[in-house]
Design a protein around this ligand. Sequence first.
Ligand code: ADP
Ligand code: MG
Length: 563
Amino acid sequence: TRQTETHGFQTEVKQLLHLMIHSLYSNKEIFLRELVSNASDAADKLRFKALSDSSLLSDDAELYVRVSADKDSKTITISDNGIGMTRDEVMSNLGTIAKSGTAEFFSQLSGDQAKDSRLIGQFGVGFYSAFIVAEAVTVRTRAAGAAANEAIEWYSRGEGEFDLKVIEKAKRGTDIILHVRDDAAEYLDEWRLKSIITKYSDHLSIPVQMPKAADEEEKAADKKLEWEAVNSGQALWTREKADISDDEYKEFYKTVAHDFEDPLLWSHNKVEGTSEYTSLLYIPKRAPWDLWNREQQHGIKLYVKRVFIMDDATQLMPSYLRFVRGLMDSSDLPLNVSREILQDNKITRSMRNGSTKKVLSMLSKLAKDEPETYQNFWNTFGTVLKEGPAEDQANQEKIAGLLRFASTHQDSSEATVSLDDYLARMSDKQDKIYYIVADSYEAARDNPALEIFRKKNIEVLLLSERIDEWLMSHLSEYQEKSFQAVTRGDLDLGELEDNADKEQQEAAEKAFAEHTERFAKALGDKVKSVRVTNRLTASPACIVTDSNDMSTQMAKLMEAAGQ
Ligand code: ADP
Ligand code: MG
């Protein structure tokens, strides 16, 4: 039973390893962040499991991560006394990529180094990043609750395969031993390691320890290694805002969001009152690679009284804000909370409402204070935000204020016009917000229905994204002004129409009565009716819909969906 077995990596692992070694060489040091963060996760998982089975901690209850380097053997060792792994867990965690969306990730790789390395970063380089600096990696692990002779050793050179064997391991937890490549020898220096740990892992709540520098005498006496913590060991979000520097917030973001870049903005709040919680919410600069996957994208971690409970707590953030990253730490939820309990829970609901408002107001403030930065945000995440008015009726007005549109006021397809801009330009006689939805910006801009609006100098919003029809069917009003599609048949311009217009219209109707009848006959049941209009100035005819009917755009969508 003590034999070594050799297993092949899943194809995707081979690909990922290859990509990582070849595109992340300029950012080598992140291997330590990933491995220390795994060790810290292992401690979190053990603590959580021990809530229901305290014997798991046995006599080794002080959880830690230890990092050391040995220049002679050219190894770096990262050890923890966390939850460890069973043989099956080693097989799947260190032999496959179990993440959902893996295929989609690989399909998005472009071969462009900078782009791909960012994508890999967002995908989560994780454990395999060890191979950026190591030519071979040994993992020795013993699961909590398992006997000393049930431990597992995993070894791989990061090529096609890995070896497994059963070993003896005195203590619970995992040792990761990196056999460092010659071109990464700089990381064998403990000072260097220490500075990387303080940069990335200072905020972890678990102590990260390194050997205390021994003097010559102690070395000669071959004394046992003494360890000291090199991080501050306090969870960042539990500290006072005033004591946390921007750099600390940024580094923390990179760990929680697996991003290489700084966040766009963040908000750290301690909420007291009916429910008590701390939230630390970040808005990324760039879209994650799987932003369009509605199921996957929830980046909020849930903690209860500083104990990590789960990743991707979908209940804590509405889907239209799924690009937000960060965490919430509740003082009220029970530690044994499950996804089912979260589903319908007063506390969760209040955390979700509170943080939704927080994110929306953070964005409104950005839009006001830094319109250019907001525009970048909009270009990246705007389409997702457009799901908001349908999903979150209660915050409709706020979300509407954040929307940006193309419009007839400007000569560009870029969506830069806000509803406030639109209202500010509106004449006193106008009481509606006019818009058109079409397949493309050009189709919207060139639609004959706009002719009368151009003539009367009335601005019209030009919408052409797939989601726009859905959006407009849920947006009823903004600042007490209702929305009106210009392609509706019974369009009434109200006070914008003067008497002359009306007289002209009546005269035209009379004069063309015979023609409209002939048209109606020729078109048969293809149309509901044929009318004379004063809306066109350059085109002879246009197609419109009744206000109660489905818009042509919606009809197309339904047809595409097979309805
Ligand atoms: P992630 O941390 O995003 O899940 P990783 O590639 O970093 O992905 O790690 C893969 C998995 O391997 C982890 O989810 C965890 O189950 C396991 N693992 C990695 N390192 C450790 C460790 N030190 N102790 C226990 N399990 C670990
Ligand atoms: Mg990890």
